[in-house]
Design a protein. Structure first.
Length: 251
């Protein structure tokens, strides 16, 4: 049987061994981050977020490309809209008269029953490239196959904004920069006023103004047929003013 001294030594050794065992396992339990097993997941996470082939890096690379593409697409479109070479009018090209409204009756003064003088006409907002104007006045309601021509005027300077009342019935109009006049269907040069058959419903009189990109070489005294081809070649835009007139019984 072991002595009491031997039992004490054995018990002491066992106690020391137990304390030593607890001391070695304690770091593994309290500091899992330092263990090989804990380190590997941490390194894997950093690699997934920091590697050049990661999703975050792909987003960072894609974002500039998308932005650059959008900018590249917008720039040509804006440039095209700003630098459109097509000629455009500076406003609403129009012809009006201080004597009558568009679609309204023409005062007797300007007809064969009055003084038979041409009305004043105002020009507004022609195309910016306009070099000259031409004016054709006719009656589409005349009892004939073709409209009755009342006035042919062309080569009015492009900076003109008013054609004055009572333009002289001459082939050349010095007061309008040397503008030329043609022969109307009454057989005279210049303007001849409305003169529909007595008793007819009001006739319409169309005053068609042409904006031209140059003056016309057509000689003064020409007819509408002589003028039509040149007008078609040089016109930039047209605008129309309409007046009406009817003659009563006894006129």
């Amino acid at each position: 049987m072991p002595s009491r001294r031997q039992l004490l030594v054995t018990t002491t050794s066992l106690a020391l061994a137990t304390v030593a065992g607890c001391s070695e396992s304690s770091p593994q339990t309290s500091s899992p981050a330092d263990s090989p097993t804990a380190t590997k997941p941490t390194e894997t996470t950093r690699t997934a977020t920091g590697t050049p082939t990661s999703t975050e890096n792909a987003r960072s690379t894609t974002s500039p490309q998308t932005t650059a593409t959008a900018e590249t697409t917008e720039t040509p479109q804006n440039a095209t809209q700003t630098n459109d070479p097509s000629p455009t009018p500076s406003g609403a090209f129009s012809l009006s008269s201080p004597s009558f409204e568009d679609g309204g009756p023409i005062p007797e003064t300007f007809t064969c029953d009055g003084q038979n003088v041409s009305p004043a006409l105002d020009i507004a907002d022609p195309p910016s490239a306009t070099e000259a104007f031409a004016l054709v006045v006719d009656d589409p309601d005349a009892p004939r196959s073709d409209p009755f021509v009342h006035w042919l005027l062309w080569n009015v300077p492009g900076d003109t904004r008013r054609i004055p009342v009572n333009v002289p019935q001459t082939e050349t109009v010095e007061g309008l920069g040397g503008a030329r006049q043609g022969t109307n269907d009454a057989g005279s040069v210049g303007y001849t006023g409305p003169c529909p058959p007595v008793g007819d419903s009001p006739h319409r009189y169309r005053l068609v103004l042409y904006a031209l990109d140059s003056t016309l070489s057509v000689e003064a005294g020409a007819t509408r047929d002589d003028l039509s081809g040149s007008l078609a070649e040089r016109q930039l835009d047209t605008t129309t003013l309409v007046g009406t007139y009817a003659r009563q019984q006894g006129q």
